[in-house]
Design a binder for this molecule. Structure first.
Ligand code: SAM
Ligand code: SF4
Length: 473
C-alpha cells in the first residue's frame, strides 16, 4: 500500500547550500534521502519544518556565515515554539565535520549535526531528534541536546544513498571521488572530507546511464581531487584492477545521449598522459578545464606543499593546448599565503599573463585552524592581501573579458539552462562554460542549440539563436 499524503500533511525541507559543486551534489542527494520520509522542498526557511544548512569550511568567512544564519534560525524556532509549533535545524557539510559538538555548544538550537560521510543516516538522525523533541515537550530533562554523526563509516555512503533524481535542464553532477590525500598546507579538505576514495567504475557508469535516461546531455564529474580518480575497474574490462579518470571518461563518452562531459576539480600533479590525450580524442570532453595553480611562485608553491612548480604547470598547459588548441583554462589562486613577498606575488601576476585564463577564482589566504599554514609565523596583514587580490582580480577580469570578446561572431552550441531576467530571454552555457543570453522560447531549456555570439562582456555573452536551416547553410 502506498502512503498518500495531502499537501498540507507533507513535511517541508529547506536546504541552503554553501560552497562548492560537491555541496550542491550532496544537497541533492540529501533531498533524495528525505523524499521517502515525506519531505517536499520548501521555497524558504520560513515555509519549512526542517532547515538543513549544507556548509563550507574552506575559508573563515564561509563558516562564520553559517553561525549568523543559525542565529536567525534560532529566533525563528523560538517564535514557532511560542506559537505551539517547532522547527528542526540540521547542520551538514564541512563545518559539521570540522566543528562537530562545538556547533551545538555555540548554538544549542541546532538539532542535528551530520558530516559529509553520514548523509545516508539522516532518517535515523531525524528520528532521534524527534524523540528528543518529544521528551522536551513533556518538560522532562533532555539527555543532551543535539544529535551528532560525524563518523567516517567503514561502508561507503554511496552504497546506501537512493538513486539520484537530479537532472536540471539537461545537466547533472556526478560525484566520482571524495576526499584528498594531498595535504596542501592551507587546506582543510583532507581533514573535513577524509582520505581519498574513488567510487567503482561500474557504479559511476550505472549512475551516468540513469542520468542520461533522465535527460542529462551534460555530466560534470565531481571530486575534491577528481583526476586522482582510481576506481575499481568495471567487470570484464581488460587491463588493470583500477580505472583512471581518462579511462572512465572514454567509457562515459560511449553512453548514448551524453553530449558533454566535464570534470572538476583537478590537481596539476594528477594530469597524466592519458588524461591529456583524452582532451584531444574525446569530442564529448568539453574544451574547458579548471586547473587550480594557487600561486606562480615556486617558493610559495613549495611552502603550500603543492608538489608542482610553475614550470610543470606551464608544461601541462602547453601539452593540453597542443592536443586541444581551443582549450580554455580556469584556475584558483590564493594571495597572501604566509611569507609571500612582493616578488612572489609578481611571479603569480607573470604566470597569469603568460598562460591566459578564461575564468578564475581568487582568494585572500584564510587561516584555517589545524592546517600547517595557520601555524606559520609570517602571516601577512589584511591590507597587503587585499591590495594583491585587487590587482590579481583586475588582471583576471580583463582576461575573461578578452576571452569572451574573442568568441564574438562565432556560432557555437549552447546548452540552455534557465529563463533569463528579461522576458523572452533564456540563458545557457557554451562549451567553454561562458554564459550566453539569447531571445528564445523556454521550450529550448534543456536542449543544445546553435547560437551566434553577438556581443561579449566581462561575465557573459549576448547571442541569437540560429535557425536550424541557417546553421546548416
Ligand atoms: N582540490 C583543489 C586543488 O587542488 O586546488 C581545490 C579544492 S578547494 C575546495 C577550492 C579552492 O579554495 C582552492 O583551490 C583554493 O584556491 C581555495 N582555498 C582552499 N583553502 C584556502 C584557504 N585556507 N584560504 C584561501 N583559499 C583557500
Ligand atoms: Fe585541498 Fe585541493 Fe590541496 Fe587537496 S589538493 S589539500 S583539496 S587544495
Amino acid at each position: 500500500m502506498t502512503l498518500v499524503r495531502s499537501d498540507e500533511q507533507r513535511k517541508r525541507v529547506f536546504i541552503r547550500t554553501y560552497g562548492c559543486q560537491m555541496n550542491v551534489y550532496d544537497s541533492d542527494r540529501m533531498a533524495d534521502v528525505l523524499r521517502p520520509l515525506g519531505y517536499a522542498p520548501a521555497e524558504s526557511a520560513a515555509a519549512a519544518d526542517l532547515v538543513l544548512l549544507n556548509t563550507c569550511h574552506i575559508r573563515e568567512h564561509a563558516s562564520e556565515k553559517v553561525y549568523s544564519e543559525l542565529g536567525r534560525l534560532r529566533d525563528m524556532k523560538l517564535e514557532r515554539r511560542a506559537a505551539g509549533g517547532d522547527l528542526t535545524i540540521a547542520v551538514a557539510g564541512c563545518v559539521a565535520q570540522a566543528e562537530g559538538e562545538e556547533i551545538v555548544r555555540r548554538q544549542p538550537a541546532v538539532d542535528i549535526v551530520v558530516g559529509p560521510q553520514a548523509y545516508h543516516r539522516l532518517p535515523q538522525l531525524l528520528a532521534e531528534a524527534e524523540r528528543k523533541a518529544a521528551i522536551r515537550r513533556t518538560g522532562r530533562r533532555l539527555p543532551g541536546a543535539g544529535v551528532l554523526d560525524t563518523e567516517f563509516p567503514a561502508e561507503s555512503k554511496f552504497d546506501h544513498l537512493p538513486a539520484p533524481q537530479g537532472v536540471r535542464a539537461g545537466s547533472a553532477f556526478l560525484s566520482i571521488q571524495e576526499g584528498c590525500d594531498k595535504f596542501c598546507t592551507f587546506c582543510v579538505v583532507p581533514y573535513t572530507r577524509g582520505a581519498e576514495y574513488s567510487r567503482p567504475a561500474s557504479a559511476v557508469l550505472a549512475e551516468a546511464r540513469r542520468l542520461a535516461e533522465a535527460g542529462a546531455l551534460e555530466i560534470t564529474l565531481l571530486g575534491q581531487n577528481v583526476n586522482a580518480y582510481h576506481g575499481e575497474a568495471a567487470p570484464s574490462s581488460i587491463g588493470g584492477s583500477t580505472w583512471s579518470l581518462a579511462r572512465l571518461i572514454r567509457a562515459l563518452a560511449e553512453i548514448e545521449g551524453i553530449a558533454r562531459i566535464r570534470y572538476t576539480t583537478s590537481h596539476p600533479r594528477d594530469m597524466d598522459d592519458d588524461l591529456i590525450a583524452a582532451h584531444g580524442q574525446v569530442p564529448q570532453l568539453m574544451p574547458y578545464l579548471h586547473l587550480p595553480v594557487q600561486s606562480g611562485s615556486d617558493r610559495i608553491l613549495e611552502a603550500m606543499n603543492r608538489r608542482h612548480g610553475r614550470d610543470l604547470f606551464r608544461r601541462i598547459v602547453d601539452r593540453l593546448r597542443e592536443v586541444r588548441p581551443d582549450l580554455a583554462l580556469s584556475s584558483d589562486f590564493i594571495v597572501g599565503f604566509p611569507g609571500e613577498s612582493d616578488a612572489d606575488f609578481d611571479d603569480t601576476m607573470r604566470l597569469v599573463s603568460e598562460v591566459g585564463f578564461a575564468a578564475a577564482y581568487s582568494f585572500k589566504y584564510s587561516r584555517r585552524p589545524g592546517t600547517p599554514g595557520s601555524a606559520m609565523s609570517d602571516q601577512l596583514p589584511e591590507n597587503v592581501k587585499a591590495a594583491r587580490l585587487a590587482a590579481l582580480q583586475a588582471l583576471l577580469a580583463e582576461q575573461a573579458r578578452q576571452f569572451n570578446l574573442s568568441k564574438v561572431g562565432a556560432i557555437v552550441p549552447v546548452l540552455f539552462a534557465e529563463p533569463g531576467r528579461k522576458p523572452g530571454q533564456i540563458v545557457g552555457k557554451t562549451p567553454w562554460l561562458q554564459s550566453v543570453y539569447a531571445g528564445g522560447a523556454v521550450g529550448l531549456i534543456g536542449r543544445i542549440v546553435d547560437a551566434r555570439l553577438i556581443d561579449g562582456h566581462a561575465n557573459s555573452l549576448a547571442g541569437e539563436i540560429v535557425v536550424q536551416s541557417e546553421a546548416a547553410a
